[in-house]
Design a protein. Sequence first.
Length: 158
Amino acid sequence: LNIIAILGNHDLQTSRPLEESPVTIVAESCPNFTLLDLANGNLLFNDVNFIGISYIPPSIFIEQKQLTSLLHKFYEYVQPKYLNIAIFHQDMDKFYYVKDSTFALKDEQLSPFDYSLFGHFHDRIEHDKYLVVGSTYPLSFKQAEVEKGGYLLTLDSS
């Protein structure tokens, strides 16, 4: 079993050091764990190319050229002969927490990828081009009414 992860805003915006993050603790205890980030942006597994982008703070979105430059670095990981799956912890323009959707990724920015997986938005949304995983546990009483958990992605090369 291979586990692939990226960092979310709660991993990056806490007062605890990254070494004490749950993601880091799992990474150290699981031999088949890969944390994707700027330095290690993709993992090729059989015929699937996973491309991970950790949480991008809204401050980067303010200067659109910085965001475009950052995304183009990840586009370089796309390999046309493989299935390219992007993993984001980010708002998308169809659903977002911030009041201004200019801080959210647009459909056209996802076009280099065959499929996209999203964190950050706490509800589940299943679509033919993306999956919003949702939070694994409720973070408010309102969210307690929404199904929580995770997804196990099984890939078949046929």
